[in-house]
Design a protein around this ligand. Structure first.
Ligand code: WT7
Length: 635
């Protein structure tokens, strides 16, 4: 029996037990058999969730890019590694073979070296979904540079904060980017961000559109001529198991984003193993994950997990609505995609369009469907199951986080019976716990609590870049000795988990993890605003949308209120990015506060969701009268 590939439920159960009873032995065997090492580990695992510290495969030497590319050249040199589907369906697709990927990554790695990048240096990547994006990640991994990808939909000030926090030496970007029918001037955003970034020495620019951008002499270089000159061979840098592979920022509850640090060996082993099993990947599958590489989903399941398995991974530059709402289904037919991984928000937005967009295409290549990013509601689950999977492709509802590196709770298709809205069972090696508010672990089934993980898995982030204390505070201090996820969950009568949503101040909008505090900070910087509070409200496409309660410095009529709403949203867009814009803005006379001065978001959340039946006791508020006035003016 191969532990690497789980084929039926008894096997899952057996391997799961083994991975819990003897985690070291389990992961050692797996790592030994399925990856290339330059030196084996001295110690499989050392950990302490109080300091907190986690080390996997300590002492081992390896290179992640070698595991994703070089080792496949012997048997898969001419197999497509990356299948690039451009924004415009009429532009030719690119089939980048493993051999070509090797050459392109080596050239990029040599360019980075020429520009002074060494092991441990940070490289910021701000690119649209084009092959150079994946190539840049792998080039960094090849030479031991730490990549920090910033989603190219983020604003210049969000980019600036991430470049400064990681003190990146180089930024890799493009002139412009295509997004549906729009063209976006990416380079201008970078130029703007760099006004306040002293660490950046060079900007390497890919020409994706027309090249009509300003280049700053001495700082900005077109990438293509450098690649043309570079050699197509570049030796790997041999890395320690615990050397950082990348930093990826996730929102934090204060204005500062958290740079989650993922290291080399554990992350590689975990993403490869989860990819293989949770998608039941087989050699000739065509795998398509529709996420952007700017998010962890793209890092783990467009780049590292698939390539570590020698798979063909689709890189899609476009959007689901361009040129029409059939784009996903057209692309599945065109490339005979067999495994399709997307987000509930995308499913909901396509489900509201005519079924003709789906029926036009042959989806018979599909075998497995995946969902990620937020709880998938029952209606969307059935639409996906009936119309896309035709009731024979199991849906894997995969629960995980930027911090976890890979999927932690999910069915295994054809192995775990699925149940709509349930992420079902912990993956191999994962030990979940549900906690009550007093900090006790809830035993047994049919319980609802805060979701924690009790034991390290290889893919867990090791720290927050430059702020280990914050890492400890955020994840390991709510429940002593446990990793706290920030999510609530229910465990049903058979032990299946259903993720019920965030229990902290994070709101998931269209699958994007947004923290309220930095958005409120952005609003409060508007000269007319005194104070604000943001809550989520249910939205049938986005899952949640943002509702802002805003108190102005001068109450009463203040200019044209719609203009002010636009200005506030513009401010958010500039500071954070368009994804954080508010759907509703209500101007209020005051915000409900506790006697200690804390805004009572619980009440605002109910008001925003039009759930006025049970507002709870408002008499303890400092200003109970304000609640009625807010309800009267509700939008
Ligand atoms: C948060 C993490 C991990 C990839 C994308 C998001 C929510 C994620 C599910 C799911 C219910 C989910 C959680 C989690 N979430 N997947 N299948 N069911 N909720 O990564 O931005 O770090 O967000 O997304 O609330 O904590 P992220």
């Amino acid at each position: 029996m191969s532990n690497y590939h789980i084929k039926h439920f008894e096997e899952y159960y057996h391997i799961y037990r083994k991975s819990i009873n003897n985690p070291e032995g389990f992961w050692e065997e797996l790592a030994e058999e399925h990856f290339v090492w330059h030196k084996k580990w001295d110690n499989i695992l050392s950990w302490n969730f109080e300091t907190p510290e986690v080390k996997w495969f300590e002492g081992a030497k390896l290179n992640v890019a070698e595991n994703c590319i070089d080792r496949h050249l012997r048997t898969r040199a001419n197999k497509t590694a990356i299948l690039f589907e451009p924004n415009d369906p009429n532009e030719p697709v690119q089939h980048i073979t493993y051999q070509e990927l090797y050459n392109r990554v080596c050239k990029m790695a040599n360019v980075l070296k020429q520009q002074g990048i060494k092991k441990g240096d940070r490289v910021c990547i701000y690119l649209p979904m084009i092959p150079e994006l994946a190539v840049s990640l792998l080039a960094c991994a090849r030479i031991g540079a730490i990549h920090s990808v910033v989603f190219a939909g983020f604003s210049s000030s969000a980019l600036e904060a991430r470049i400064n926090d990681s003190s990146s030496k180089i930024v890799i970007t493009s002139d412009k980017s295509y997004r549906g029918s729009k063209t976006i001037n990416i380079k201008e955003i970078v130029d703007d961000a760099l006004k306040k970034c002293d660490s950046v020495e060079k900007v390497l620019v890919v020409q994706r559109v027309d090249g009509q951008v300003e280049m700053q002499q001495g700082r900005d270089l077109w990438l293509q001529p450098l690649l043309d000159e570079a050699e197509a061979d570049c030796p790997i840098e041999i890395m320690d198991a615990e050397d950082p592979l990348f930093i990826l920022y996730t929102s934090g509850s204060t204005g500062k984003p958290k740079g989650m640090v993922h290291t080399s060996a554990g992350y590689m082993v975990y993403t490869a193993y989860t990819f293989k099993n949770i998608f039941q990947y087989k050699e000739n599958d065509i795998f398509w994950c529709t996420a952007d590489i700017g998010w962890i989903t793209g890092h783990s399941y467009i780049v590292y997990g698939p390539l570590a398995n020698g798979a063909t991974t689709v890189l899609f530059e476009g959007v689901p609505s361009y040129p029409d709402f059939g784009r996903f289904w057209e692309t599945i037919e065109k490339h005979k995609v067999s495994i399709f991984y997307t987000a509930p928000t995308a499913i909901r937005s396509l489900a509201k369009e005519s079924l003709e967009y789906v029926e036009k295409y042959d989806l018979s290549s599909l075998k497995v469907l995946g969902s990620v990013g937020e709880p998938i509601n029952e209606e969307a689950w059935h639409w996906y199951n009936d119309n896309i999977g035709k009731k024979h492709s199991p849906i894997v509802d995969t629960w995980w986080q930027t911090e976890t590196g890979g999927i932690l709770i999910s069915p295994i298709p054809f192995v775990t019976p699925t149940k709509p809205t349930y992420a079902t069972l912990p993956f191999i090696g994962v030990q979940p716990a549900l906690m009550d508010d007093e900090g006790n672990e809830l035993k047994g089934n049919q319980v609802d609590g805060k979701l924690c993980i009790k034991f390290p898995w290889p893919g867990i982030a090791r720290t927050i870049w430059g702020d280990h204390e914050r890492y400890k505070e955020t994840y390991f201090s709510t429940y002593k000795g446990k990793y706290f996820t920030g999510d609530g969950a229910f465990r049903d009568e058979v032990g299946y988990y259903r993720i019920t949503g965030r229990v902290d101040d994070v709101i998931i909008v269209s699958g994007h993890n947004l923290t309220t505090a930095p958005i409120e900070d952005a609003i409060n910087e508007h000269p007319a605003v005194a104070e604000s509070a943001i809550v989520g409200f249910e939205h049938n496409i986005k899952g949640n949308a943002l509702y802002g309660f805003v108190m102005l410095k001068e109450t009463g009529e203040y200019r044209n209120q719609d203009n002010l709403r636009k200005e506030i949203n513009q401010q958010i867009s500039d500071k954070i990015g368009p994804i954080a814009k508010l759907d509703k803005i209500q101007f209020v006379e005051g915000l409900p506060k506790t006697r200690s001065g804390k805004i009572m978001r619980r009440i605002l959340r109910k008001i925003a969701n039009n759930d006025l039946s049970n507002l709870g006791d408002t008499s303890t508020l400092l200003n109970p009268e304000i609640v009625d006035s807010i309800i009267n003016d509700v939008l």
